[in-house]
Design a protein around this ligand. Structure first.
Ligand SMILES: *Cc1c(COP(=O)(O)O)cnc(C)c1O
Length: 399
C-alpha cells in the first residue's frame, strides 16, 4: 500500500513550508533561567515567550513540587466533576485580583480558553469581528462557534467601525463581540485600545482582549495593556495565558462574576476536559504572586532594559524591521519563506536561535525571524545578536 501522507509533505517541502520538531535541552543559568538552548551546540535563545525567565525559576519549581506532594499529579476528572482543588480556586481568586476583575476561570491552555469563550458567548445568530492578525486560536474558535465572522485589516479602526455599523443594522438583536490582541504575537505591536473601546461601546458590542503577550510585560506589575491605559473596566472578556511571561501552562478568562458563571456552564473546552494538574496551578499562583512583588517588578524593569537595548541594536531587516520597543517581540521581516529559513540557519551558525516564522503563522511573503528578548539575556548577547544580523543582512541570503 502506498503511504497516504507523503504527497502533502513533499508539497510542504517544495514550498519551504515544511516544519519539524527540534529537541532542545535547556542550559539554565545560575538563577535557573533557561536563556541558552542546546541544539547541536549551545545557542543563545532569542525565541522564547518566557519573557521574565520564570519557567525555570526556583520559586515556581518549589511551588509545583510542594503541590505534587500534596495533591499528586493528575486532577482525576474535569473541574465540574471532582477535579477542582483548593489550589485552582486560589489561583482564580488571585488572577481576578491581579486583573482587577470580579472573577477569573482557568483553562488547560490559552487555546482552550479561546474556544471556551467563543463557545459560551456566541452562536449562529451572533457576530464576531476580528483583527486580521488575531491569533489562530481565536480564528479557529470563531469558526467553530458558527457565528457570522467579519475581519478588519490589522488595527484598521475605520473598517472596524464599518463592520460594527453593519452588524448593528443587519443583526439588531445579535451579540456582537470584537476580538483583538493587546500585543500582537508575531508583530509585537499593540492594539489602539482606547479607540476600540470607544467604538465597541458606541455600538453596544462586547470586547474580548487577548493579553497573551502583554501580561507580565506591560503596566506596573505586568497587569497588561488595559491596565496601562486605565481601561481595565471597559474590557468585557479579559483573556490571557499562563504559559508566556508567567512561565507555566494554561489559559484564563476574567471579567464579571456572571461571565465566569456563564463560562462554567457553557464553555465546552472547560466542561469537557480534565482539570489542569494542581501543580501547574500552584506554579502559576507563585508566578502571579511574584509579578505582584517588588522583585517581580524589578524583573519586569530588567526586561524593559533589554527590550530598549535590542531596539537600539537591531539593524534594518530586508523588509524593514519594526524595531519599535513596544513589547518583547521584534519581527525581523525577511519576506520569502526560503530566505527566512536561510537567515535562521546562518544565525544558528553564529550562535543564536531564532526560528523562521512562516505561513500559515504569518501571511505568505512576510516570513520573518521573530526575535524575543527576556529579562535574563545578558547585554553582551544582545549586542552580539545585533552584530550578527548586521553581518547577515549585508550578504545576499543565498550567495
Ligand atoms: C500563545 C497564544 C495563545 C495560546 O496560548 P497557549 O497557552 O499557548 O495555548 C493565545 N493567544 C495568543 C495571542 C498567543 O500568542
Amino acid at each position: 500500500m502506498t503511504d497516504p501522507f507523503t504527497e502533502e509533505l513533499d508539497a510542504l517541502r517544495a514550498n519551504s513550508l515544511h516544519r519539524r520538531l527540534r529537541v532542545m535541552t535547556n542550559a539554565a543559568d545560575d538563577a535557573g533561567a533557561a536563556v541558552d538552548l542546546v541544539v547541536a551546540g549551545r545557542l543563545v535563545n532569542f525565541s522564547s515567550n518566557d519573557y521574565l525567565g520564570l519557567a525555570n525559576d526556583p520559586l515556581l519549581r518549589d511551588a509545583a513540587k510542594a503541590a505534587i506532594d500534596r495533591y499528586g499529579v493528575g486532577a482525576g476528572a474535569s473541574r465540574l466533576v471532582c477535579g477542582t482543588r483548593p489550589i485552582h480556586a486560589q489561583l482564580e481568586e488571585r488572577l481576578a485580583a491581579f486583573k482587577r476583575t470580579e472573577a477569573a476561570l482557568t483553562f488547560s491552555s490559552g487555546y482552550a480558553a479561546a474556544w471556551g469563550a467563543l463557545s459560551a458567548l456566541v452562536d449562529k445568530h451572533d457576530v464576531l469581528i476580528l483583527d486580521k492578525l488575531a491569533h489562530a486560536c481565536l480564528v479557529d474558535a470563531a469558526r467553530a462557534s458558527r457565528a457570522l465572522i467579519r475581519v478588519f485589516p490589522h488595527n484598521a479602526l475605520g473598517k472596524l467601525e464599518d463592520h460594527l455599523t453593519w452588524a448593528r443594522r443587519e443583526h439588531p438583536h445579535a451579540r456582537i463581540v470584537v476580538i483583538t490582541e493587546a500585543v500582537f504575537s508575531m508583530d509585537g505591536d499593540r492594539a489602539p485600545l482606547a479607540e476600540i473601546v470607544q467604538l465597541k461601546n458606541h455600538h453596544g458590542a462586547l470586547l474580548l482582549l487577548d493579553e497573551a503577550h502583554a501580561v507580565g510585560v506591560l503596566a506596573t506589575h505586568g497587569r497588561g495593556l488595559a491596565t496601562e491605559l486605565g481601561l481595565g473596566r471597559e474590557i468585557d472578556v479579559h483573556m490571557g495565558t499562563l504559559s508566556k511571561a508567567l512561565g507555566v501552562s494554561g489559559g484564563y478568562l476574567a471579567g464579571r462574576r456572571s461571565l465566569v458563571e456563564l463560562l462554567i456552564n457553557r464553555a465546552r473546552s472547560f466542561i469537557f476536559s480534565t482539570a489542569p494538574p494542581p501543580a501547574l496551578a500552584a506554579a502559576a499562583l507563585a508566578a502571579v504572586e511574584f509579578l505582584e512583588s517588588d522583585a517581580g517588578e524589578r524583573r519586569r524593569l530588567a526586561l524593559w532594559q533589554n527590550i530598549r537595548l535590542l531596539a537600539s541594536q537591531l539593524p534594518p531587516a530586508p523588509h524593514g524591521a519594526k524595531s519599535i520597543a513596544s513589547s518583547a517581540i521584534f519581527p525581523w521581516i525577511v519576506g520569502g519563506e526560503a530566505d527566512a529559513v536561510e537567515y535562521s540557519n546562518r544565525l544558528a551558525k553564529a550562535g543564536f536561535f531564532a526560528p523562521a516564522i512562516r505561513y500559515p503563522t504569518v501571511p505568505r511573503g512576510s516570513a520573518r525571524l521573530r526575535l524575543t528578548v527576556t529579562a535574563r539575556h545578558q547585554p553582551e548577547s544582545i549586542h552580539a545578536l545585533g552584530r550578527a544580523l548586521a553581518t547577515l543582512s549585508r550578504r545576499e541570503p543565498r550567495d
